[in-house]
Design a protein around this ligand. Structure first.
Ligand SMILES: [Mg+2]
Length: 399
């Protein structure tokens, strides 16, 4: 297996959080005994319908994570302040909750803070909450920013609805951790980096205790159930962070195992599923996510596009040319796999080049692809573009 592409981590993060959330949604308000009674001894193991919504539907955790992502994308393309853009999308989200189709068990603290007369923030909080609502939505910040900046921005984004340092610092921690994982850091290394950042802030005691407890339990012999129970219910942010870290640390390279451990408990299952899913998805990449869950989660195409937009500026992708795309695909192979590629037979080489080109074409909107092939259906136009670009790339590579 070659080195993992950055794109794979972005897709892993966004799909990971939505999938973890959707797995946890049906059991958010159930005790562990109730979960076992309803879904069997091993607990919930796949998407199930909940609250009148079909299996695979996600909750406010993913809706707000997407709002965070949209804010980051817009701020980057306009060169404006991310917090202000994120806040605008949170207000839109609050409004969207008036429609029963969109109302996915939203957190009261988030709703109330976004309905307040004035904007909440670090200097003037509107409450003293340390609920996990500020934390569960900030993973995309880690995809868009460098680790130190991600910590700051995570805290600021959480402070838009949560006033207590134990409600905002875990968010900084998570955004910072995701940013390290995005850059191919190990989980232990990422946690230790985020911990050092946390220690620079005041009032981080509760958060740091929770993280340390998760690390200690993860390397102990307690069962997953006991470990999670000891860490709490995850309704407050330090607990939600520690449960998610514990499950991620225990998962190794098994996304399914980690995320199912993060939802099968008597606490805030959708939020811990969402956070653990984001961590493991960024760490392990989209290929580690069980393939049956990817198309089955709500709005899969929109999730994919959001991850790709975070990874590359859509304005830049819109200006892309076939030649530039072919050049990038080749450069990718030259950088990481040149010696392997040169030793390959023509069929294997062709497959490798095709995979690279297909990865690049993911950034192109259907509309742009259809400009190349007017009159063709989107799928056919895409297939034809892939064929042509692969041919050009092969010619360029062997020249
Ligand atoms: Mg939720």
């Amino acid at each position: 297996m070659g080195a993992m592409e950055t794109t794979d981590r972005f897709l892993g993060c966004i799909f990971g959080l939505a999938i973890g959330d959707a797995l946890g949604a049906p059991v958010e308000f159930l005790t562990l005994a109730d979960i076992h009674r309803t879904y069997g001894d091993r607990g919930i193991a796949g998407f199930e319908p909940w609250g009148g919504f079909p299996a695979g539907s996600y909750t406010d955790d993913t809706q707000m994570s997407l709002a965070t992502a949209f804010g980051l994308i817009v701020a980057r393309s306009r060169g404006t302040d991310p917090s202000a853009a994120i806040y605008r999308y949170y207000l839109d989200w609050r409004k969207s909750q008036e429609d029963p189709v969109n109302r996915r068990a939203p957190g009261n603290t988030c709703m109330a803070a976004l309905e307040a007369e004035r904007k909440s923030g670090l200097d003037r909080p509107v409450n003293d909450s340390k609920g996990c609502g500020g934390l569960m939505r900030v993973a995309p910040i880690g995809l868009a920013m460098h680790p130190e900046a991600a910590f700051e921005e995570g805290v600021e984004a959480a402070a838009l609805t949560h006033g207590n340092p134990s409600g905002t610092l875990p968010a900084g921690f998570l955004a910072c951790l995701v940013s390290r994982l995005r850059a191919a850091e190990s989980l232990a290394g990422g946690i230790s980096f985020a911990m050092d950042e946390l220690k620079k802030r005041k009032d981080g005691g509760e958060t740091s205790d929770a993280v340390q407890c998760a690390i200690r339990l993860a390397s102990s012999r307690v069962s997953a159930d006991e470990g999670v129970r000891e860490l709490g219910e995850g309704r407050i942010a330090p607990e939600a962070l520690s449960i998610s870290l514990f499950c991620a640390l225990r998962a190794g390279d098994d996304f399914r195992k980690g995320v199912l451990a993060a939802v099968n408990h008597g606490g805030d299952s959708d939020s811990t599923g969402c956070i653990a899913g984001a961590i493991l998805g960024t760490l392990l990449g989209i290929d580690a996510v069980p393939p049956e869950w990817i198309p089955a989660v709500e709005n899969a195409e929109m999730l994919q596009r959001t991850a790709l937009y975070l990874c590359r500026d859509p304005l830049e992708a819109a200006k892309d040319t076939v030649d530039a795309l072919v050049k990038r695909a080749i450069a990718g192979i030259e950088e990481g796999e040149a010696s392997i590629a040169r030793g390959m037979g023509p069929a294997a080489l062709s497959r490798l080049i095709r995979k690279r080109v297909a990865g690049e074409l993911l950034f192109w909107e259907d509309r742009k692809i259809q400009e190349l092939h007017p009159g063709l259906q989107p799928d056919l136009a895409r297939a034809k573009a892939l064929e042509e670009c692969t041919g050009k790339a092969e010619a360029a590579f062997t020249a």
